[in-house]
Design a protein around this ligand. Sequence first.
Ligand code: COI
Length: 356
Amino acid sequence: MTETFQIEIKKAEQSRINEVDFANLSFGKVFTDHMLVCDFFDGYWHNPLIVPFQNLSISPANVALHYGQSIFEGLKAYKNIEDEMVLFRPHGHLERFNRTAVRMGMPQVTEELFIEGISELIRLDKNWFPKTSGSSLYIRPFMFATDDTIGVHISLQYKFIILLNPVDKYYSEPLKVMVERKYVRASEGGIGFAKTSANYASSLYPTKLAVQKGYHQLIWTDHKEHKYIEESGTMNLMCIINNTLITPSLSDSILQGITRESILTLAKDWGMAVEERKVTVDEVIEASQNGTLTEIFGTGTAAVVAPIILVNYKGIDYEMPGLEGRIFSKKMVETLQDLRKGNIKDNHGWIYKIPV
Ligand code: COI
């Protein structure tokens, strides 16, 4: 970054906001009027620019297209009851972005670029907050290599971009998932913990096969025995067995979810027993059969808390508990919402008010 951090703004001549059907938002389809772009070269980040949302022009020899140095984050902005604009745990997302960057051999971004960049962009596009309950402004910061020479190498140049996407629910219905026992998402020593495009790319084909069979998503299992639950690709996984909240412990093959961590913290605040440990698929299926499993769900920024109502394991469909009895999930969704709205005290310093 140059000595004085400054964001130059080139405003869109005309807003596209009147073209948007805010009552029917689908994830990832509508973007606000502006985006932030910042270039890294000569060993540092140059001053960022906010420009009208637009296509990029890149070389066909762009090294990210060939070798995949490409990473991203996903976080959300909300309006609280005072009509202030707030971000949920932006510093946690910044830390994860930088951990991912290190693993992918990419430069880290500064707090100023990430947090002030998001804030400035949102101040400019503040009219784009959707208003329905459960909706938000999804923020997608991402970075990719921009060297245009195709020898395999760590790029010397990068682009960091922030997009804003008004969103409603990521999953519009309760999920039916299939336990994957052939393909592997990630393994020890790999990049599974990192929020890099490659992890999503490798999950697409196996997920497509599951979707063809009528499931929404996969449950990924460990790469050695396909015995232990890892995560779901778009979400971390949790269940409640015998009133204990149980989730796979983190490893280098599981994404370190910020919603995951928030839910575990709140559950502990409520005095609930919480276990982070290896979780076998067998024990979850067994608990669903003997009635000790009361809830199973995915967690993520986009998905928030997504109920799972059916799990396919070794070719058999197992019904999971119905939605009515899911007291914990319901309370958790309401609490997260109340935190963002400012209806309850933010004891953990998770809410960041965007300065106006
Ligand atoms: C998120 O939850 O923000 C994600 O990035 C998951 C998915 C939309 C890719």
